[in-house]
Design a protein around this ligand. Structure first.
Ligand SMILES: O=C(O)c1cc(C(=O)O)oc(=O)c1
Length: 296
């Protein structure tokens, strides 16, 4: 692998929508900078640098107050770049780590001190070489108090993932709703299967995020303004308003063909959460419960 990729918009527009005070971008990443924080030798993509200064400038431009930085797969299990960004945020960021399941209790405690509040299990074959369920379950049993598990999988493996998810002893947050086919609509098989998962436990949360990925033109979707996404996802947010958190997904790992304008991504919020009450839950109350619990 040689060429480094740029997966983000060079000059995102100002959104028409203004997020409420205290809004959290609860799914974003940092890349490097590589000279200080090299990418994993196992990384499936090699991005250009997208460090904390860029992330915090975007946060301010889009009208958010805080970030939850999710360890990106290109950094493997070395969380140094994520921790560095949290440390530079003046208390305005927390994070989700990816760990070697053999991690010690001391190292977990250090991650907690550094602002980490959950670990991520990634099951996308295009992003990781292996995802050992038995080892993941073992580490999930011994997380610091108040932590949760973030899980990323695609809709076609949802059924086979269910016993694994049932065995996780802490709250679960599903990245990008487990990537349903939004062109099937709100009552399509993928959305029905995802709703059945949410019904199975009341501590499964989800991120109604990534219209740019789930409604991409090259996947047979609509492309910006992502109407299929808005139509399929709004009913889910309406029915589970206390279990969703939202994020930009900046710097949009791997996106190259249709790099989204982050201003447009933010303008999806009032389409999936049309009332101020829903918006406050999605952007303020819910992420604060998961990531700044001591302040809520
Ligand atoms: O769909 C993806 O390619 C993707 C990748 C990563 C990552 O590389 O960590 O994170 C995401 O949230 C989404």
């Amino acid at each position: 692998m040689s060429d480094r990729i740029t997966s983000w918009h060079p000059n995102p527009s100002k959104p028409g929508y203004t997020p409420p005070a205290g809004a959290v971008d609860a799914h974003c990443h940092v890349f490097g900078p590589m000279a200080q924080f090299p990418f994993s030798p196992k990384a499936k993509y090699l991005p250009e640098d997208a460090g904390p200064d860029m992330l915090f400038a975007l946060r301010d431009h889009l009208g958010f107050e805080k970030n939850v930085i999710v360890q990106a797969s290109c950094h493997g299990t070395d969380n140094a770049a994520t921790l560095d960004a949290i440390a530079k945020s003046n208390g305005k960021a927390r994070g989700v780590a990816v760990v070697d399941p053999a991690i010690s209790e001391d190292e977990l405690a250090k991650l907690h001190e550094g602002g980490i509040r959950g670990i991520r299990f990634n099951f996308l074959k295009r992003l990781v070489d292996n995802a050992p369920k038995d080892k993941f379950l073992e580490v999930a049993q011994r997380l610091p108090k108040g932590w949760h598990v973030v899980i990323y999988f695609e809709a076609d493996i949802l059924e086979e993932m269910r016993p694994f998810m049932e065995a996780i002893p802490v709250p679960l947050v599903v990245d990008h709703m487990g990537r349903p086919d939004v062109t099937q609509g709100p009552d399509g098989p993928d959305m029905r299967a995802f709703r059945s998962l949410l019904e199975s436990r009341d501590d499964i949360w989800f991120k109604p995020t990534c219209p740019d990925r789930l409604d991409a033109r090259k996947e047979g979707g609509m492309g910006d303004p992502w109407d299929n996404f808005a139509k399929a996802v709004a009913p889910l947010v309406a029915d589970y308003p206390d279990r969703c958190i939202w994020g930009t997904d900046w710097p949009h790992p791997n996106m190259q063909d249709e790099v989204p304008d982050d201003g447009h991504v933010v303008d999806m919020i009032p389409r999936i959460a049309p009332t101020p009450e829903l918006q406050t839950k999605l952007l303020v109350a819910n992420p604060n419960r998961l990531y700044w619990a001591e302040q809520t």
